[in-house]
Each structure stands twice: as C-alpha cells, then as structure tokens.
Design a binder for this molecule. Structure first.
Ligand SMILES: Cc1cc2nc3c(=O)[nH]c(=O)nc-3n(C[C@H](O)[C@H](O)[C@H](O)COP(=O)(O)O)c2cc1C
Length: 248
C-alpha cells in the first residue's frame, strides 16, 4: 500500500500540519511518500507520485473557513491529471484551524468531498482539528521537557551521583501526561483514520480539538498573540502602520 502525504501549509518551518502529518504517518504504515505543497513549482513533482498510489492524505490549515488558495490551484491540476490518467485514489484530509472548534473545518471537508466527486476519486473522509496552533506548541513544550529532564539528570549525577533523580522524573511525567491529555482527541481520531487508510475504507468526517476548556484557551491564546505581536514588531502594528496608497 502506497500513501502520498501532502503537507499543504505554506509555512517553511514549525507548521502545525507537519506535526499532524508526522502523527498520521506513525499510525498508517505501508509505503509512504511525503510531499510539501507551497508553490506551483511543487505541482508536477507531486502529480508524478500519484500513479501507483492507493491513497493521498492532504494535511493543511484552514484559511478563511476554507482551503488555502495555493492548495486550490493544485487541486485544479490534480483533477485534470486524475481524469486523464483514470486514477481512482482514496483521498483523506487532516485540516487544522487556529480557533478552538474543529468543526469549523466542515466547509473545507465539503469542498474536498466535491473535489473527489468531480475528479472521479474516492472520498475517504477526514479529521478537523481545532486549536491547531496550541497543539503545535505542545510538541515544542514536550521537547523542552525532555531537555530539562536530561539537564536535571546531569546536574544530579554531578552533584550527588544519583542517575535517576526522582523529583525530576516525577515532574517530567506530570508535564508529559498533561501534554498527552491535551492531544488525546487528535491521537484517537488519527489512529482511527490510519486504520481506514490502511484498509482503503471510508473514515467519516470527525472533529476534535485541543482538550482544554474554551475559557482557558482564550486566555492562553490572548497571551500568546500579545507575545507574538511584540516579537513581530510591536502591538497594534497593523493599525498604526502607514498604509501604502492603492493605485487605480
Ligand atoms: C490567512 C489565514 C487565514 C486563516 N483563517 C482561519 C479561519 O478562518 N479559522 C481559523 O480557525 N483559523 C484560521 N487561520 C489560522 C490557521 O488555520 C492556523 O494558524 C493553523 O494552525 C495553521 O496551520 P499550519 O501551521 O499548518 O499552517 C488562518 C490563518 C491565516 C494565515
């Protein structure tokens, strides 16, 4: 079984789509090809992978309640290509969005479903994930926790000769358990979809989110975006910046 995984995020680094794609690949198995779709230069290379594949998994962000335009351009070409070559692949989708409700990805899922109908492809269903940015941060926090554990272990060996500092391990287990809990919905639905991709069956449309209460999400999201805007050039940058004159 050959599956093509397409990362449709236009970001070069640290995109949430790469995280979810990594997880989906873990739970899918078989022969896997991973492609990045950012510019029209990527189109021919990705299309060349399609003949002989059993399934395509698109992993992409939600933009303005829909599919990012650079992915739409590719889908137009893919439609023509699949019709010309009489390909009947299964298409699965993992969409993530910044707001907390994964269900906001429903219009995007419908667009993919229509795309499959038009292209003669088999719609396999998908997973819509809310709080994608925050879930992406949890993987970075997990790596930071591993780093802290290694550092504490080294310090403990140097100071006391103890190789297994109990407090450091307990604190690591506590943080890792919490991060794992936030990701449980995503893990469950991606494992489930992995089974369907392997079997070539319909997985349905499933929606999940970071598992924290909405009021906590809003608080952390506000703090996060204040910090990001400070790093990106200051608060209210967009409002106060001099606007360029639009030509006729
Ligand atoms: C142009 C643009 C439009 C967006 N529109 C939405 C939206 O309609 N709803 C939403 O919840 N998030 C929206 N977002 C947030 C992204 O979906 C979110 O940041 C996502 O996690 C990005 O995924 P990525 O890191 O894989 O690119 C938008 C982001 C951008 C840059």
């Amino acid at each position: 079984m050959k599956t093509i995984f397409i990362n449709g995020s236009p970001k070069q680094r640290f995109c949430a789509s790469a995280y979810f794609l990594f997880l989906q690949k873990l739970f899918t198995g078989g022969q896997q090809v991973t492609e990045k779709l950012r510019t029209p230069q990527d189109h021919e290379r990705i299309l060349a992978q399609l003949p002989g594949a059993d399934a395509v998994v698109f992993c992409l962000p939600l933009y303005v309640d829909s599919i990012p335009s650079h992915v739409l351009r590719f889908m137009e070409k893919m439609e023509a290509f699949c019709k010309e070559k009489s390909l009947h692949l299964h298409v699965y989708v993992i969409a993530n969005n910044g707001f907390i409700e994964g269900r906001q990805n429903e219009p995007l899922m419908q667009a993919f479903e229509h795309f499959c109908t038009r292209s003669g492809l088999t719609w396999g269903g998908g997973v819509g994930i809310g709080g994608g940015v925050m879930l992406n941060v949890t993987r970075i926090l997990f790596l930071v926790n591993i780093g802290l554990l290694v550092l504490n272990t080294l310090l403990s060996v140097i100071r006391t000769g103890i190789l297994f500092p109990k407090d450091a391990w307990l604190s690591f287990a506590e943080s890792a358990g919490m991060l794992l809990y936030f990701n449980l919905g995503v893990l469950f639905f991606l494992i489930r979809m992995g089974v369907h991709i392997r079997r070539g069956t319909f997985s349905g449309k499933k929606y999940t989110r970071i598992l924290i209460p909405s009021f906590v999400f809003i608080l952390f999201a506000d703090i996060f975006f204040v910090i990001i805007s400070l790093f990106e050039g200051g608060l209210f940058r967009g409002w106060l910046a001099k606007k360029s004159e639009l030509s006729d």
